[in-house]
Design a protein. Structure first.
Length: 221
């Protein structure tokens, strides 16, 4: 008998946490979502890499503090070796060093373990679509950190930035996530993502933290 065809709309997710008491219930809850398949669970970064290699995988929900290989290093390795896999951090740690290290390593989302099931599933779906979702506390800390270290002057925005892209950059500089930007500009999240992709390409912006720095440097935030 042939294996049943997988629904391409369902997202393939790995749950990584060194505590089974956290990992197993979380995997069970996420597996109840109609569009999510938890294809593996992992207790450390090496298990994550092995599970992704066995793939395919769309999103890894990653704890930070794990033995053998922590979540930051596993995220860095995934970004280098499997850039098609999105990483969402789910951790109890929301200090500046942890946030910046994880985002610099390539994580697209960052939630604390105070997040509810709906917040986590929304972040997974957003990550699979290439959109960033940050916990409100994380957004505020990131914005505070970036504002405390403004960029050096003399880095103007390219002349081909459109007025709408400039508006989007302004709102990123204010710490707004894609959904809030969409609501404020009365456009869809998909359109916001398109503007961000175009903006990042034109202005050689590396990530959202870099976008905040550029917004501040250009006097937009």
């Amino acid at each position: 008998m042939s294996e049943p065809t997988r629904n391409p709309q369902r997202l393939r997710v790995i749950v990584a946490d060194d505590q089974a008491a956290v990992r197993e219930p979380l995997a069970a809850v996420l597996g109840m979502a109609e569009d999510i398949d938890v294809v593996a669970s992992a207790a450390d970064g090496t298990e994550v890499l092995a599970a992704v290699a066995a793939g395919p995988v769309d999103v890894v929900l990653m704890d930070l503090r794990m033995p053998v290989m922590d979540g930051t290093e596993a995220t860095r390795r995934l970004t280098e070796e499997h850039p098609e896999v999105a990483v969402v951090i789910l951790t109890t740690f929301a200090d500046d060093d942890s946030i910046l290290a994880a985002l610099s390593a390539g994580a697209i989302g960052y939630l604390t373990k105070n997040a509810g099931r709906q917040d986590i599933t929304r972040a997974i779906r957003a990550a699979a679509a290439g959109q960033s979702v940050l916990d409100r506390e994380v957004q505020n800390r990131l914005l505070h950190t970036v504002r405390a270290k403004p960029p050096a002057p003399g880095q103007p925005l390219p002349g081909d930035i459109t007025p709408r892209e400039r508006e989007v950059l302004t709102l990123i500089g204010q710490g707004l996530p894609n959904r809030a930007i969409a609501e404020k500009l009365f456009i869809s999240e998909a359109t916001v993502k398109t503007h961000i992709n175009n903006l990042f390409a034109k202005a050689d912006i590396k990530d959202r933290a870099d976008a905040v720095r550029r917004a501040l440097g250009a006097g937009l935030a």
